[in-house]
Design a protein around this ligand. Structure first.
Ligand code: APR
Length: 238
């Protein structure tokens, strides 16, 4: 058992019951704002104030004291602590709820809302207040060179080589709370299957775009499905 490796991918659905919006649900973010206006390098070059305002609103929401990790985040942190083999947690989410749930390590492949990146010196710094075109880089002190440390559409997600290496070696791939609309994350299930031995499991509120690629699928709220899955794996494996 101890050499069996698990890769977990999470999406916005895991944070929904913590009070954060998803993207493609009927009440999701992309039902209110256009990707082209706030989540591309071109949008930032065209209207940085508007892009800053979009992420300032989401950062303020994330820092609201009513927003906290839920039972699904906590269950994943438990699996990372108690599973004898390797567990790689990869999230598409830019919130810090996995960290706050106690996950010891994870990859934020789309970056982090609570970090700033300086276009002058390249430094990545913690950032919890509103960011504007007048903000100063905490590292080099230059004004007006900060962007939120989030991967925009058209940019390369982070740590892809490490993720693909883990998918090539895993025995279990679990996708949680993602619609399977956005690549490369949506292709991770086929990457895992191609290693010839991985079991693949989708835990989601409803079938995702990639549902047919999964050997096993369980549907329901993440706070229900994820703790049950972790309990079962820790007790009986898969
Ligand atoms: N429990 C489990 N799943 C849920 C819940 C819940 N309580 N609520 C919603 N979901 C599911 C939805 O059914 C949907 O399949 O979560 C999924 C959320 O899908 P999206 O809104 O598309 O979010 P995600 O898949 O994370 O988007 C991927 O797209 O816009 C980009 O960069 C952004 O990281 C994001 C990426």
């Amino acid at each position: 058992m101890k050499d069996r490796r698990i890769v977990i991918l999470t999406g916005a659905g895991i944070s929904k019951e913590s009070g954060l919006d998803t993207f493609r649900d009927p009440d999701g973010i992309w039902a209110r704002v256009r990707i082209e206006d706030v989540a591309t390098p071109e949008a930032f070059a065209r209207n940085p104030d508007h892009v800053h305002a979009f992420y300032n609103h989401r950062r303020k929401g994330l820092l609201d004291q009513a927003v906290a990790p839920n039972a699904a985040h906590l269950a994943i942190a438990r699996l990372q602590r108690e599973w004898p083999g390797e567990v790689l947690l990869v999230t598409q989410n830019i919130d810090d709820l996995h960290e706050r749930a106690g996950s010891p390590a994870l990859i934020h492949m789309h970056g982090e809302l609570l970090k700033a990146r300086c276009l002058a010196c390249g430094a990545i710094s913690p950032w919890r207040e509103a960011m504007t075109i007048d903000s100063l880089c905490p590292s080099c002190g230059v004004e007006g060179t900060l962007r939120v440390n989030v991967v925009w559409f058209g940019e390369m997600p982070l740590e892809m080589e490490r993720i693909y290496d883990a998918l090539a070696a895993c025995d279990l791939f679990v996708s949680i709370g993602t619609s399977g609309n956005v690549y490369p994350a949506a292709g991770f299930v086929t990457q895992a299957r191609s290693n010839g031995r991985a079991h693949t499991l989708e835990l989601n509120l409803e079938p995702s775009e990639g549902q047919t690629f999964f050997a096993e699928r369980r549907y329901g709220p993440a706070t229900q499905e994820v703790p049950a899955f972790v309990e079962q794996v820790l007790k009986d494996g898969w």
